[in-house]
Design a protein around this ligand. Sequence first.
Ligand code: ADP
Ligand code: ZN
Ligand code: ZN
Length: 844
Amino acid sequence: MDLELTSEPTLFVEVLLPVPIPGTFTYRVPVAMNDLVQKGVRVLVEFGARKLHTGIIADIHNRPPKNYQAKYLLDLLDDSPTVNELQLKFWNWMAQYYVATPGEVMKAGLPAGLKLSSQSRIQLRPEFDIEEALDLEVLSDKELRLLRSLEQEDSIPYEQAADILEVKNPYYIVKELVRKEAILLFEAVKDKYKPKTKKKLRLNPIFLETEEGLEQLFASLGTKQKAKQEEVLMKFLMMVPVLTNPASNEEGIDKKELLEGGTSQVSASSLTTLIRNGILEEFEFIVSRFEEDEYSATRYQDAEVKLSEAQQAAESQVLGYFEEKDIVLFHGVTGSGKTEVYIELIKKVLDSGSQVLFLLPEIVLTAQMVVRLKKIFGDLLGVYHSKFSDNERVEVWKGVADGRYQVVVGVRSSIFLPFENLGLIVVDEEHEPSYKQYDPAPRYNARDMALVLAQMHKAKVVLGSATPSVESFYHALNGAYGLVQLKKRFGDAQLPEVTLADLKLERKRKTMKEDFSSVLLEQVRNSINEHKQVILFQNRRGYAPYVMCEDCSWIPTCPSCSVSLTYHIHRNQLRCHYCGHSEAVPKSCVQCGSTKIRTMGVGTQKLEEDIKFLIPEARVQRLDQDTTRKKYGYQQIIQDFEQRHIDILVGTQMVSKGLDFDHVNLVGVFDIDRMLNFPDFRAEERTFQMLTQVSGRAGRKKDKGLVVIQTNNVKQTILHKVARADYEAFFRKEIEERKQYHYPPFTRLIKLSVKAEDRDKASAAAGLLARELVKKLGAKRVLGPQEPVINKIRNHYLMDILVKLERQKVNPQKVKEIIREVLGELDGDRQFRKVYVNIDVDPV
Ligand code: ADP
Ligand code: ZN
Ligand code: ZN
């Protein structure tokens, strides 16, 4: 009955679109789709000027928009949700917290293969009547030509219009036809993800349809010339018992296996003939990209490892805290065996049927680590790494969604995966700044978001580190988190001894050799003589940080950034580490014409060169961004070092983290003063962490290790705290200063970076922003605007404003609303067109 039809409710959906406009967008659901719409499903909608987009349904309701007529949903792209409701809630939360749009979070979260790629296409509007338009004489010849070709097709790519019209740029003709409502310009939607397929062989099923089919086939092959084909077919039937098990033919057999497997080889060319004649068929089937893992187990293996008493105690303390708290800070010195404790905890959670996320910073998620975990968790383990291809990432996504991967080890973006029921999140090296995404928005910290995600799942969190962030340790002492500590290394291993090499003194006594103090050089020699291995740490790549004219002190700088250019010895080039610009080293000074251009300072390339010269018998390798560009570059170097084909490894922070080598007994540290003097309130914290981590690579097994830190000022107390491995002394002083100068954890920070090609414009916009913020928040809470040390990057001038909020009394979400408002005003102001503002909540 009619009544039935009209009683169908009119539904609306909120659609999340990958556009930098806040909020979701309301669309009307065609009645026919009423039963099919679900939250988390990808959809096709018209957005903006007749453009089609794909988005995700975030909500379903029956409230029509007040001020406009909602457009209809055009299509549904999934039968079941790609994104679950918890994810939607989480993403929305992130967008609010980081002052981003949900669309931006969606962009960061979905692997590109699930985001739909689009390509403009043109289509004739079905209701458009060409003949009528001709009668009315409203079409030009060219327009008619395009319409006539469109009559033949569903749609054509935009570029093809140029060919049809024989013009270079069809834009104006297409635009005119869109205006006349003759055609529709839209973004074609393609799923970029392609499953990996493999070719297999099966018998053409027609030979199985009748009883005599096979007999006749053999009869036809029963001649001498065809003996080899017969042989192939016989082998096929032996390996694929099609008669006794018809299903086996559907599964088929790998081509290579048929040719080379079993006891005899058969002729490849005869096989080709059989395929050509339609007797055997090739077909494609989908394989997992990860199926060829060496380690397969449906459940974890009981590994050989047994926890030490201290580790066991730590584990039960963690479990004890979990009775009443959701978060535990696990502070264990380097080499204390935190990983084994995590593994035990993970096993318990898996046993209870929940999922686990194990977060690691990019440089720590190494092959070494993955092998260690694969051995235990086998097929249950999914790995999510940014070096993966996009297709691989989509497979992990799908594996998590369908429950195949119960535990995921991954980098920061794995917080976006479609978990259904997390029981535990482990954040190892929780202090690592690389958990923070700098660009683009959302500028999130995966450590902090792990806490939010866990809360939504009612899951527990372990934050682990040898050098916890000041914030986390503070929360642990406060009682907000549980605190579990392991103060000794596993087994007989001891923490290394740390010595300071006094560069000032050595320079005075002229005992320096290049940049090596005699103290360090002697120790390197000792280690090499004892066939031990050495790590030299210098956190600057390239040969020299800059070059300088000896006569007039001119220093070449980047044309697009306000930084000096780094000298790279290969190709004799100067390069900008901010934008990638490179140029030849000038033969003479552009300022005074002098030819005395000198390299200044030390990068990893120079250290490598120097040590090779000073100890020619040592085998030296460099590990930095420049030597690891190839996909397996990093892995190869680590493996060579592990297998002791290398004696001395010179490198940037890549050498400092997570690596576990048995024979390193010496670590040398260069240029640490520069890091300490960096103008940032976290400089000491970063230095302490970096030094402790890199020292942690020494003496991890039987022999005690030694660390030599070269410094111009041996009196710096922070270095002595590193030497004593006295984290708590470091913390006590640091927390006092944070309190005194109102820094986190006592305040919250939000940094606004204003960017514009024109310096005055950047400055004017920043000035206006700051004034508006001062009006609304008070002068005490707004610092700046200030030009940052590097005030120009990629031809954009920068100005910073820092908003500082006390923890009590201020509602940070309110402040973020105010910031959005003020930015909205700036956006509306024409004189500030092309001024961009980045918002960084909790900058690190
Ligand atoms: P951390 O992550 O705390 O720096 P690791 O977990 O890497 O320390 O452990 C340090 C070393 O001690 C590793 O080589 C690890 O294999 C070994 N180890 C730790 N716990 C055990 C154990 N229970 N049995 C055997 N070896 C262990
Ligand atoms: Zn000069
Ligand atoms: Zn540059």
